[in-house]
Ligand binder design. Structure first.
Ligand code: FES
Ligand SMILES: [Fe+2]
Length: 400
């Protein structure tokens, strides 16, 4: 019997689990997958146009919540992290009251980068250029040699602040310090998707490891790579292809967002049984796709979380943030080895396969003469993403 601490219980109710089993059995028995009504044509400029990228940063990422960290990366008061978001580098600081606040990482004097470390624990932040110092609440506490600097109202010179909220274990931020910006993650997720994420109890998980990968690839190219279950058999022959069924997915849109279920080949050992009584947990991956830029892959014993953060100032740059979340911290060598093995597999899948293919794609979609591109009916989740992006930018601040 497996350690229950290692394998959290399947988070969904019996009806949902039965539905997952039934639809996956049906698809595999019939060689089918969930399909959109038609093929969707897309303009390759969505992957390379600098003006579109600037609009995405300003009109989308400047307004909507995205994940900036997992709460266990800054557990204690005065813990801080620097995080690159599409518009701003932000310092997240855990306050004494337990809440996390986020500040633009720029000294208000002459613009030095205030915090130069990735993470730490500090009660004050002193600027290395001229020694101005700020509290963990972002307030300007002291101007060095103040009588010689000239009279300034320090209460107006606190660090610029972006809206931050913790929910589902993650620290979310809206990447703008404009005074009219607010954050409401529950509203953003919508009731069904919020409940589906809530069922996974991600606030009870621990961030085992996080890695940043700076790539010369448009962020939507990478999001697309996770939304399609059609490439596994071709692009992932060196890693996971032998273990997963290709091109057999069930896609459930939930408002702006959606979840997709894929099957491991091990599901064949229970196919033919009653979907209502099988234990499907170990045989499927449930992926939650959060608009605009995040995916949470639920493996039976851990979570893989990917964020594709557009780089500032370019259409062709993404900081990919990869996290492995586990139910418990790795307290033994055995557990450490287990999660490191999973980290290495995920990294191989990405670096040796997805990224290689998509660096080539990014180069190729910059060719002058390539015509439109196509998302098949089977690429139903990609269609959802591209339709949603088009609608979001056509109707700014409504976002479907
Ligand atoms: S730029 Fe920070 S104190 Fe001068
Ligand atoms: Fe892939």
């Amino acid at each position: 019997m497996a350690d229950p601490g290692l394998y959290p219980p399947f988070p969904y109710d019996a009806e949902t689990a039965t539905g997952f089993a039934r639809t996956m059995f049906d698809h595999l028995d019939n060689g089918t997958t969930d399909m959109a009504p038609e093929v969707l044509e897309i303009d390759p400029r969505v992957y390379r146009d600098p003006e579109l990228a600037a609009r995405e940063r300003a009109e989308l990422f400047g307004y909507v919540p995205i994940v900036a960290a997992h709460g266990t990366e800054l557990p204690k008061p005065n813990d801080y992290l620097t995080v690159q978001l599409p518009n701003n580098e932000v310092v997240l600081v855990r306050q004494r009251d337990g809440l996390v606040r986020g500040f633009v990482n720029t000294c208000r004097h002459r613009g030095a980068r205030l915090v130069n470390e990735d993470s730490g624990n500090r009660r004050f932040f002193s600027c290395r250029y001229h020694g101005w110092s700020y509290g963990g609440d972002g307030s300007l506490r002291a101007i060095a040699d103040e009588p010689t600097f000239g009279a300034m109202d320090k209460s107006c010179l606190g660090l610029k602040e972006v809206p931050v909220e913790e929910r589902h274990g993650f620290v979310w931020a809206v990447d703008s310090a404009a005074p009219d910006r607010k954050i409401d993650v529950g509203e953003w997720l919508g009731p069904d998707f919020d409940a589906s994420l809530g069922a996974m109890e991600m606030d009870r998980y621990h961030c085992h490891r996080v890695g940043d990968f700076d790539l010369e690839i448009n962020w939507k190219v990478l999001m697309d790579a996770f939304l399609d279950g059609y490439h596994i058999a071709y692009a992932h022959t060196g890693t996971v292809a032998p273990y997963f069924h290709n091109n057999a997915q069930t896609w459930q849109p939930m408002g702006r967002h959606g979840r997709m279920v894929s099957a491991r080949k091990s599901i064949d050992t229970i196919r033919g049984q009653d979907p209502a009584t099988v234990d499907v947990n170990r045989h499927i991956t449930v992926a939650h796709f959060l608009m605009p830029n995040m995916t949470v892959l639920r493996q039976p014993d851990h979570l893989e979380v990917l964020n594709f953060v557009p780089a500032p100032h370019t259409a062709v740059g993404t900081r990919m943030q990869m996290r492995i979340l586990t139910r418990e911290p790795a307290t033994t060598d055995e557990l450490t080895a287990r999660w490191e093995k999973n980290w290495n597999i995920l990294q191989a899948v990405l670096q040796d396969e997805d990224i290689v293919v998509n660096e080539g794609l990014q180069k190729a979609v910059s060719n002058a003469d390539l015509g439109p591109l196509y998302l098949g009916r089977n690429e139903i989740a990609n269609q959802h993403f591209h339709r949603w992006m088009a609608a979001a930018l056509a109707d700014p601040r409504h976002w479907g």
